[in-house]
Every structure is written in structure tokens, then in C-alpha cells.
Design a protein. Sequence first.
Lengths: 328, 250
Amino acid sequence: MQGKEFEEKNAQRWAAYEQTLDALEKRAQGVDVSGLPSMFREICTDLALARHRMYGMPMNERLNTLVIRGHKIIHRRAGGTWEKLLRFMAVDFPVAVRAEWRLLLVATLTFVLPMLGVALAGFYWPDFSWVEVVLGPEMMGSLDNMYGSSDRQIANLRAEYGSNFMMFCHYIMNNIGIDFRIYAGGILACLGSLFFLFYNGIYFGAVIAYIHVACSTEAFYTFVAGHSSFELIAMVIAGMAGLRIGLGLLNPGRKTLRRSLMDAGRRSLPLIFGAALMTFVAAGIEGFWSAQDLPPMVKYATGITLWVLVIFYLAFAGRRAGGRSRAA
Amino acid sequence: MVVHPTMPKNNGRQEPRLDTLQSIELAEGVEIHLRMAGPYVRVLAYLLDLLIRGGVSIGVGLLLLLAGTILGFNVAMGLNMLLSFFLMFFYYVFFEAGKRGASPGKRMMGLRVVDTSGAPISFGQSFVRNMLRFADGMPIPFYGFGLLSTLMTRRFQRLGDLLANTVVVYDRLPNLHMAALPPVLESRAPGVPLTREEQAALAGFRERGGMWSEARRIELADHASDLSGATGVTGMTRLLGMAHWLGEKH
């Protein structure tokens, strides 16, 4: 009964190790961890021995579990969340967007071309049957409701207590949700992301055409000026993240498919995180600022400033720091 | 020729294995075995999570409706939307990136999400694997792509797992119902050299044999009739003899 002997000889050591693990897993304070690494290595050796000598499944399983638990504790990841978040916004996100400029181009065109096409077609042939097909009578009704005339309809809709907050939450749920779906759709060989971008392009184009023909353009543009930069650019970046994972599937290059998918997942992360953050900011602006009853010039000036700031941010932020981390 | 089991073969591709255990070598030089969780138990965990999310959604929704009389109806409705947003997108992300590495449903089924190296997963990995649920889940409600991918990969990974480099494993020690068979009279050397994995399978057969009916033992032993050179009771007795011989030797 060599297995029994082995177990008896080491039982005390294993129990001590297990006690330390129990304490650490319960986040107890003041645990003496100085001996943990050496205890861990010893138990690793025990597992290797037990397996080699075939001491039987119960002991192997027990030691296997003990090693896995120790591995998890020893290789726990360190914190530093806020610092990471700050660095992400200042450096990693804009650097990632610039590194994928080809995808930025593809995603932007997939959204902007159909939007312009439909909007221009709406100006030149104001025949509404097809706008109706895209928007549907319900949406047209709600557009009339919001932008039908220039006498502060939106501000009135938001006069009730708490409605700004409610709309803020609605935009978070709706718009960030759309970003995430655009992203996930990318794994279907890019088709999901491209479809959502294209479809949104057509839809927005139809909205613009309808507004220009049937509603007050001032009511519409003063409302969207503030949040449009964050919202639209974030949507395009979510599309980029989707395209990135789709390309991991379509074009593994010289890597194995498994490896290629893994890398694509990692590279898409900063893009989709950034897109979600930007959409969150957009929801804040849309909920609490866009509907304020202010002079149109103030709204337009804010909107243009934000567009310029966002573009400058994505074009230039983190250039030096990003270069340094690459050189290091 | 005896090929050493750790020698790379077939361009680094692994040989088909006898079981679904995945061995992973740690920096400490030892191999750990992870037990991969298959689709069936994961579907159960998913359904549990669905129930929990539904319950929370209804329960907190009702509370918010009450709170709405104080906070104002619009604020309560906004909070309710935030709640559904978090339940839909971040329920799994936070739980699986957390200390236990598993959503409540997975925990109840004794599952856990880990990196393919066996280490706990990062927030980013949890985010990727759970955002991809919306692709894995299509065509709704069958989890078609996810199921297909799970069945086609060696480690039961759905698309989200492949992108995040994660696997779902059994976290707890499996309930080992073991009852060894009494040693057989005739110890017998196997006719061919056996790999360690094959030796372990024979030893396991003897260690667990007491749990099964005679018919089941014979049925299992028939899979190794090439080794024993016989089927039925004779084959099984020979296999047990070999297991005994291997046990004696060490």
C-alpha cells in the first residue's frame, strides 16, 4: 500500500497548505503567505509523483484540485482599475482607433454613403412612398411629434419631472445595446456589423430627408447637434470592432484559426470599450443637454466644438505616449 | 517503436484522447487536468441564469414601481431600464470576471470559466465571451452557432470562448463514486506496451468496476477487445488481470 504511505507521510503538509488556501479564498486578513510559493511547488511535485506512480484516481484528483486552487491564488491579477481606465481614455483607445484606420475607413463609408445617398435622393425626388417604407408610419408620427414645428416641442416633452433622467437611461439601454449588437454581429464573417451600419445609414438618411421636407430643420438640428459627434462616431467604432473579429475568422493569414480568433478578440477590446464609453457620454448629452431650451446659436456652437474636439482627440491623443510604449 | 508521449507528433496536433480531460502544463513543471464542461450541463446553467435574471427583473421592477410613488414615475422607469440593460449585457460579465469566475447558474451547476491556461479570466475576456452571446445565440432561441461551435471544438468552446480564449470547466471535485473490484486471481501481462494514458484507463476500470453491473462491465471491456483478444466475460477477466499486473509492478 504505497499510496497510503505516501498520503500519510504528507498529510500534515497538505492540510497546512489547504488551510492557507481556505483562508486566502475567503479573503481573510493577516494570513502568512511567505510559505505559500514553496508549499505550492511541493504540492506540484507531489501531484507529478502521485500521477507517475499511479496512486489511483482519488488521490490524483485531490492533488489536482489543490494545485489548481493554488495556481488561481498565486496568479491572481493585480488591481489598479482607475489608473488603467485613465490611461485607456488618454492613450490606448485613440491609439487603437488609429492603428485600425483601414477598418475606420470601411466602417465610416458603409454608414455614410447610404445615409448621404438616401438623404440626397429625398431632397431631389420628394416622393414619400419609399421614405415611408423605410421609416414606417409610426416613426414618421413620432418625428412629427418631436420636430414638427420650431416652437420648443422637445423641451415641452421633457418638462415633466424626471423625464430627462428617464431618456438618459433609455439612450443608454438602446444605443449602447446597438453598439454591442453591431460588435457581436462581426463574428458572422463581418456581415452582421456591415448590415447594421448600412441599415442605420439608410434609416438616418430617410429621417433627414423626411425632416427636410415635412418638419422643422431647426428643431431637429439644434437637438442632435450636441450628441451627434459622440453617438455616430461611437457607432462607427463599434462597427470597426465587429469587423476586426470578423476578419480574424476570414483572414487568419499564417496563424492557426484558433490563434487568429484569439488575437482578433484581444485587438477588438479597446475599440468596443471606447465605443461604449463614448455612447455613454452621448446618452448623457442627449438626456440632459440636447433638449434644453437654449438659443439655436449656442446649440450649434456646442455641437461644432464637440465634433472638432472628438476628431482631434481621436487623431492626436496619446501619440507620444503610444509611441513610447511601442518603443519600450 | 515506442513513441514518448510528450514527443510532438503530427505537426504539434494532439492525438485523439481517451477522455475529455485537458492537461495544461504550469510554469512549475507539473500538469493539471481540467474537466471540460459539455453543452448539456451548460444549457442547464443557462436556464438557471435565465430564471434568476427573470426573477430579479420582476422583483426589482415591482419594488421600483412602489419607489416610483416617492421618486417620481419617470425616474423609476429610467432605473428600470438601467436594470434591464445591466441584466441583459453585464450580468454575466461581472459575475464571470469576479472572484468566483462563474455566474450564479454556473456556480449552482459547479462550473467555472477559466483561461485556457487554467488561470482566472480578466474583465476583458469576460466581456468578449459574453458580448458574443448575441452571435452564439443565433438563430434565436436555439443557440445554434454556439452549439455548433461547441460540438466542433475539442474543448467545447463556443464562438465567444474562442475569441476570449476561455473554457468552461467543472470547478468542484467530481463526486467520485468508486468501488473497486476485488483483485482477480490471474495476473496477466498485456501483449503490447501501453502508454501511460492507457495504463491509467485500465487502472480506472478496475477502480470503478464495482459500481457497474456485470453486463455494463462487459460492454465497456468489449471496447478493448483488441487488447484482450477476447470479448465477453473472458475479455473482461483478462483486462482486470492486466490491471492487476500493472498495479503489482509499481
